[in-house]
Design a protein around this ligand. Structure first.
Ligand code: ATR
Length: 289
């Protein structure tokens, strides 16, 4: 594949805003789709410092951009800045996709939870959220998107386990205030093994297991072998958690698909084509160069 993608003066332009932005894989991802579908468009990395984010977001319509993705640490600023929020973004308190509407208004959405669920469905077509309790490790922004998505998809219970209990309590209280259906139970970090009892799904949303980080410290003895195990970490693709789960016979799902699927709604809105997630795309996005 050539590195050159030709665009005209009429190209549709979008991008990803973050700080720093150099490690984002989104330009590779959208660039692959643009080339694949032969679209006259461009998707740029936009390095925007937090103190300038509001100004940058408000400038999108004036610059003629179709919209943008928003990544760490700007998702909450985007939430406060856009003109309209969809229901999911409102409940997540964070915006990762902005679309400039016909009237110039900024529409904010959050597709992280959609990407999470679509990845599990694609990797494990027999998985549904209503199979049983879900255990979510972590209480950061990623955990929030995962918990909202699981309850929306019909999970009967979410057990939230975080090293710092107060953060998990805060997240659970926030979600209850947002009127989420379904109970969220907070489990102490020291008792984390007990959370696995009878679970149908285990998700790691922490940075543990990422290349350069220690493995997640969670013995799997109490986890039923039928439970699906998912790590949202995707470097490496096979984290120690996934390797251990696979070894004991659990079905597993990697994390790269969440990144790929969360990008679909934005691409469709900005460039007008419903893009497909394929193994070729995953390989390209993960390649170093
Ligand atoms: P994000 O918004 O991407 O989810 P984050 O807000 O930095 O990222 O959250 C990182 C998560 O990893 C947190 O749940 C964090 O736990 P704490 O709230 O206790 O900090 C978790 N985490 C980070 N290092 C950890 C470790 N060594 N052991 C267990 N959990 C860890």
């Amino acid at each position: 594949m050539t590195a050159f993608h030709s665009i005209s003066g009429k190209a549709k332009v979008a991008g990803v805003m973050g700080w720093p932005i150099g490690h984002s894989r989104s330009p590779r991802l959208h660039g692959w789709w643009l080339r694949h579908y032969g679209i006259d468009g461009a998707y740029a990395p936009l390095a925007v410092a937090p103190e300038r984010a509001e100004q940058a977001i408000r400038a999108l319509p004036a610059l003629g951009l179709r919209g943008c993705n928003v990544t760490v640490p700007l998702k909450e600023i985007a939430f406060r800045t856009v003109d309209r929020l969809d229901d999911t973004a409102r409940r997540m308190g964070a915006v990762n996709t902005i679309v400039v509407a016909e009237d110039g208004a900024l529409e904010g959405g959050n597709t992280d939870g959609f990407g999470f669920i679509e990845n599990l469905r694609a990797e494990r077509p027999d998985w549904t959220a209503d199979l049983g309790p879900a255990v979510v490790i972590g209480a950061g922004g990623a955990a929030r998107a995962v918990v909202v998505a699981l309850l929306d998809a019909g999970a009967p219970e979410v057990r939230l386990v975080n090293r710092t209990r107060a953060r998990a309590e805060e997240l659970a209280a926030d979600l209850a205030a947002a009127g989420l259906a379904g109970p969220v139970t907070v489990v102490e970090w020291v008792s984390r093994e007990t959370a696995l009892d009878g679970a149908a799904l285990l998700v790691n949303t922490t940075t543990q297991g990422m290349a350069g980080q220690p493995a997640l410290d969670l013995p799997l003895r109490a986890l039923p072998v039928t439970a699906l195990v998912n790590d949202i970490v995707y470097v490496p693709l096979e984290t120690p958690l996934l390797a251990e789960a696979r070894l004991r016979g659990n079905p597993v799902a990697g994390g790269i698909g969440m990144l790929l699927h969360q990008a679909r709604p934005g691409f469709k809105a900005w460039f007008g084509v419903e893009p497909e997630v394929t193994a070729d795309l995953a390989r390209f996005v993960l390649a170093r160069s």
